[in-house]
Design a protein around this ligand. Sequence first.
Ligand SMILES: [Zn+2]
Length: 388
Amino acid sequence: MSLEAFPVDRFKHSQPPAFVGSNNTDGVGSGPPKAAHRLRLSPTADHMPDSYEDLQYQLDFSPMLFSSLERYLPPPMMTLSRDAKVNYMRDILLRYSPEGERTRVLKHREYRQKILTNYKPLHRELYSMHAASFFAPSFLKAIRENTEESFRSIVSEPSPGILVFEMLQPRFCEMLLSEVDNFERWVHETNFRIMRPNTMNKYGAVLDDFGLENMLNKMMDSFVCPLAKVFFPDVGGCTLDSHHGFVVEYGMDRDVELGFHVDDSEVTLNVCLGEQFSGGELFFRGVRCEKHVNTETQPEESVDYSHVPGFAVLHHGRHRHGARATTTGHRVNLLLWCRSSVFRELKKYQTDFSSWCGECQRNKRERHRLSIAATRSELMKRERKTAS
Ligand SMILES: [Zn+2]
């Protein structure tokens, strides 16, 4: 799959607003580019773009977007220093991104920076990937082998598209739990106003906001993508390229249950970290596209799953689900919402999602059934005519 489709369509068909009557007052760049500095309409295929991955915290946009866009630079610019290219491309990208979104991104970066400079991590070893001490041996072995067969050997599938497997070592779960506790304590002591993970949880913390973004990115790249490639090829598979990583907490004095919803993700990894609890089962009710999100559940789509610490559930983000009340104790889960910009871009041009939406599938089967019935009755009519 080519990433080029993303920038091409955006840059070919629309004019950036700032090129006509500019309100660009942020001082980036030096006004509208001259004709000789226009982006090319098609990419320079034999140009090997720079990598911008190491700049991910300094850039306003995904490093991958910069690498893709670099192929569209006017040829004289391609040989410039990486810094010069970054400035030029950032200037262009900023013209495309709406003001509100830019302010939001900037504000959020400031917010994170404030946390990172003040919060002292408890377990430094959590902040970079140490696969051998993080993951269960069976999981690591399957990832190393990286075949469909090896994945199937560790995964159970209580219902199609709901994959369960042992993933995290107890020691890792304990460390992450105490790190989150430590963070919550710091938030409480300093009266820092933190943003909660999503609109549905009042408790819990965004791990990406206090320094775990890099580690979680590695987790997605090297430990979720290989599985997604095999089990979720229709919703981004191996093109997952961004994530939202957080913990949710349930029990007394915490959130109790979680209503029926879909995630803002292509693929969701949900791992139970502990501790002692009862209740809190996940219930699933079938995968749905946006159009069909409120359609009824078929009996075979109704599935319950009870959490086991260290075990992961991997499912389609649009697999409708909720969590029952955690009746006793305290339950903490790690959530990684994995997203694919390629999948999201392609989805805009599609109307039929029968490769994964249960309702689209049923509609397609129904259309098929009706067309077979129509053909049959047409044939019978003809037969009767010839016979008479
Ligand atoms: Zn649908």
